[in-house]
Design a protein. Structure first.
Length: 366
């Protein structure tokens, strides 16, 4: 007897592991609590131009993200022996590592479901990829939140920042971020299953929960702790930063006024990029679990767009947090510059990058 597909509001198996793919879309469309109709199956699982376009978008996101995060890691990984790293550089490095891992371990494997409607990678990959998908996503989001708190302390509470913003505290924070993310993602690995449907002769990597109430609770918790609260925290911290800078720079030079404007622009980009990247993703999750998600071509496009936006956040982060800085642009150019007589261009690049987040220069380069 074929495994009974979960109900429509619970079959967003990969949606709950942050993998909105063509397989997810097809599987969620075939989710009624009755045997899948063979005629409908032929329509649902056909491979079309949508898959090809999606794979191209995935390829662009993958290339941009891998190159960008690798450049950030290359520059930040170089520091003088015995010299402690700045707290923000530690967070930026952790963010880039999480984003790079997110891209390397998720996009290539998830792309396979756009080329084949059946899961072909086995049980271990099914569990590991979706689990690591969630872990790296949470690490990225929590790190963005930690960076906002770091900037808040550095600028609003500058007198106490020297005692609070030390590398030991930053490394402790990074450790807590990873442990918390690993714990929060554990239900994904536990409930991920390989399911074979004989009627259509297809194998799926599905997230199967025996108790649908528990799954709904997990969806809500993931939304609240993995999106809503981080977004509120980031918005609060940067609002305080902007308010502080507005008061502090009110009666000083035009140069400082330009610095304040630059800060406001950067902060706006930070909040907007974070919100836009993940909001559609969570909307689909909540709608699928608690509402009547329409099974139309438009809904499929929306789900794929939400998927791509979630992935693209890992590609955009290096631009928002690094490449917008003139000093970083000089630093990464230095990595590739062949200087005659220069023994270590990376050391020079790191020196340049160090100024990006310094308190004196950092007002305009959050």
């Amino acid at each position: 007897m074929d495994p009974q597909p979960p109900a429509p509001t619970s079959l967003y198996h990969m949606n709950h592991t942050w993998g909105l793919s063509w397989l997810d879309s097809n599987a969620s469309r075939s989710a009624p609590e009755r045997p899948l109709e063979e005629g409908r199956a032929s329509f649902l699982f056909e491979i079309g131009i949508e898959n090809f376009i999606t794979l191209i978008v995935f390829g662009l996101i993958f290339t941009l993200g891998v190159v960008g995060n690798s450049l950030v890691i290359t520059v930040l990984a170089r520091s003088k022996p015995g010299k402690p790293r700045s707290t923000t550089n530690i967070f930026v490095l952790n963010l880039s590592i999480a984003d790079l891992a997110y891209l390397l371990f998720c996009i290539p494997f998830q792309s396979t479901v756009y080329m084949s409607p059946s899961w072909v990678l086995g049980t271990f990959i099914c569990k590991f990829i979706h689990y690591f998908f969630t872990v790296s996503m949470l690490v990225s989001i929590f790190t963005l939140s930690a960076m906002s708190v770091d900037r808040y302390v550095a600028i609003v509470h500058s007198r106490r920042s020297s005692s609070l913003r030390v590398s030991r505290n930053a490394l402790l924070g990074v450790g807590v971020i990873w442990l918390l993310s690993i714990a929060m993602a554990s239900p994904v690995a536990h409930h991920q299953r390989i399911v074979h449907h004989e009627i259509i002769n297809q194998t799926f990597c599905w997230e199967v929960w025996p108790n649908l109430h528990h799954k709904k609770v997990y969806v809500i918790c993931t939304f609240v702790f993995g999106y809503l609260l981080p977004l509120l925290l980031i918005s609060f911290c940067y609002a305080k930063v902007l308010n502080h800078l507005h008061k502090k720079l009110r009666n000083i030079s035009k140069k400082s006024e330009a610095s304040k404007k630059k800060t406001a622009q950067t902060v706006l980009v930070v909040v907007v990029v974070f919100g836009i990247s993940w909001l559609p993703h969570h909307v689909v999750h909540l709608w699928a679990e608690f509402g009547d998600f329409p099974l139309t071509q438009a809904s499929f496009i929306f789900r794929v767009a939400a998927h791509c936006l979630a992935y693209s956040n890992s590609s955009v982060n290096p631009i928002v947090y690094a490449f917008l800085s003139e000093n970083f642009r000089k630093a990464y150019k230095q990595v590739f510059k062949c200087q005659i007589g220069s023994k270590s261009p990376l050391n020079e690049a790191y020196k340049m990058f160090q100024t990006i987040w310094s308190d004196g220069d950092g007002l305009a380069k959050i």
